[in-house]
Write a protein of this length. Structure first.
Length: 280
């Protein structure tokens, strides 16, 4: 992805410093360990890539919100979001054994100093399991931002290249939502997550799902709603801008304004630093 890089922990301090200086509110960390394995062991290690990154980020600024991605696809050698299922068929991921691991991963992040966890795997019962795990470990106060309505979108391609996390077998359609499903399904997913204790809910991707953002916002006006402006949305505009076909700044501000108008309270975007510069 143009302008997006994997950073080693020693380079992270500078990046966070810039973000703080630009007035950004926080960062969402994705971990890419040196070694991936079948179970994604680095995700459960107190010395893993994310605990290291949290320490660096918190040292750079105590007030800067550090949110961590909670999922296994960046850590497993097969690229699935959890414990691999029976290789002969569906499901690609064994849901229930994955829940306990997601809870453990969340506790590792909490102990390292994360301010919020963001489970992105769309497992059934994910938020409830993480809430119970955090509460039992003494982190009842730690908020959960759930990827509640996450579609099995073709717009995640550039992220998977960047994170080296494309699934080696199967796909993610067993747990992510069908992009062609009626929007009622998204509302049911959000409702379940809220019942399990989600503090913020998310719709992802953003641009192609503005109707879903609007409906979630209208149904739960008091619940903080995040929208993830994903890698494919970013890359399409970047590519066109590089060819001189689009005015990047104007298009980005127009699109992000549309996401906000649809009802998002929080926007996750690869343009965050650019926008801060343009508006600052
Ligand atoms: C993994 C994860 C993905 C993204 C965020 N977390 C990829 C996927 O589900 O395949 C995509 C982000 C983006 O495209 O910007 N759980
Ligand atoms: Zn995943």
């Amino acid at each position: 992805m143009p302008g997006v890089f994997q950073l080693s922990p020693d380079r992270l301090a500078e990046e966070i410093g810039q973000a703080v200086e630009l007035g950004l509110g926080g960062v969402l960390l994705f971990g890419i360990p040196e070694h991936k394995d079948k179970l994604g062991s680095d995700a459960l290690s107190a010395e893993g890539i994310i605990p290291q990154a949290i320490h660096v980020a918190k040292r750079a600024s105590r007030d800067f919100l550090v949110i961590t991605d909670v999922c296994f696809c960046e850590y497993t050698d097969h690229g699935q979001c959890g414990v691999p299922g029976d290789a002969t068929g569906r499901p690609d991921v064994d849901n229930d054994p994955t829940l306990e691991l997601l809870a453990q991963q969340s506790v590792v992040h909490a102990r390292a100093g994360a301010d919020m966890v963001a489970p992105s795997g769309m497992m059934d019962g994910m938020v409830g399991a993480i809430r119970a795990g955090l509460d039992a470990a003494g982190f009842a106060h730690l908020p959960i931002m759930s990827y509640s309505a996450k579609y099995a979108s073709s717009l995640y391609g550039p992220f998977r290249d960047a994170a080296e996390s494309a699934p080696r077998f199967g796909d993610r359609r067993g747990y992510q939502m069908d992009p062609a499903a009626a929007s009622g399904q998204a509302l049911r997913e959000v409702e379940l997550d809220l019942a399990e204790g989600a503090d913020l809910v998310m719709v992802k991707p953003a641009m192609a799902y503005l109707d879903v953002i609007r409906q979630v916002h209208d149904r739960w006006p008091g619940v903080p709603l995040a929208a993830y402006n994903v890698s494919g949305e970013y890359s399409m505009v970047k590519a066109a801008a590089q060819r001189g076909w689009l005015d990047e700044r104007a298009v980005v501000l127009e699109c992000l304004t549309a996401i906000k108008r649809a009802g998002a309270d929080v926007i996750l975007t690869y343009w965050a630093k650019d926008v801060a510069r343009w508006l600052g």
